[in-house]
Design a protein around this ligand. Sequence first.
Ligand code: ATP
Length: 303
Amino acid sequence: MPMIRHLGLKAYGKINLGLDVLKKREDGYHEVRMIMQTVGLYDKIDLYLKETPGITVETNLYYLPVNENNLVYKAAKLLMDEFHINHGVTIHLKKFIPVSAGMAGGSSDAAAVLFGVNKMFNLGLSMEALMERGVKIGADVPYCVMRGTALSEGIGEILTPLPPIPQCQVLIAKPGISVSTKFVYEHLDAASLRPSDHPDIDGMIAAIRERDIYGAASLLGNVLETVTIPEYPVIAEIKDRLKSLGAVNALMSGSGPTVFGIFTSPKAAEEAYEEMRYGKSANLAKSVYLTNFYNTKEVSHGK
Ligand code: ATP
């Protein structure tokens, strides 16, 4: 079979509808229980075959690494080393998912490159095989290979697919602050959490299985807010504003600082977007996006 010379890939971001931390393990990782949901906001990745060996990364964001510290580089190297590939690849990465925002942008880029390299060089790896390799790059990478709605356990690598949630609008607002994931996990004091700080993950799974969007939305919860909100009150302000603008509910995603609001009315979502982006609330968030839940398995951006 002839090798593919170019692939255009979409790497979708995620939000956490639920995020609970069970404990810190001996090896330093945290054991989590999370409800993951892919959203329609994506990075574009173009993968080009090179005749000469080596991996070249180019990106539109000057501050991202273009060496082995970029997760797309790691993903390509992992497969190309394992399969002793003599050719090289050039990876063009165009970022749209906010960076260091709790939306797993880097992990999703890595997942797309695993998928792309597998296809470009006809490696014949199944989705499960890509997921097994993905966890070596990052705990969220296996989920980003799988996508859709899922329960994520262990350090993030034990995944149970859930049925898709009825379509909704998702308004994403990222304040102009940076929150380090490491800082958040290090400052989470699992021992002093109250029972009400933990989201009801089982209740949310039941609501999702019943396709009950209002039930699921009422149970949104993220234990990491106990660290970030006292430190960055703007996160709570954005949540409140999204709710007052018609969101059924709102939550911080991952370790933040991104906040998302779920809307069941497209009109209300559009108006809230306008208000957050251009209205009196525009001072709260630096970046605002209107998107939706994304549950199909398409990966190509069709260039
Ligand atoms: P998570 O939700 O998994 O915590 P995140 O949204 O907090 O992820 P990312 O944007 O995935 O964070 O990654 C941010 C960090 O990773 C930055 O330090 C950045 O330099 C580095 N990085 C490496 N590769 C990438 C990439 N392809 N895209 C974004 N960041 C990358």
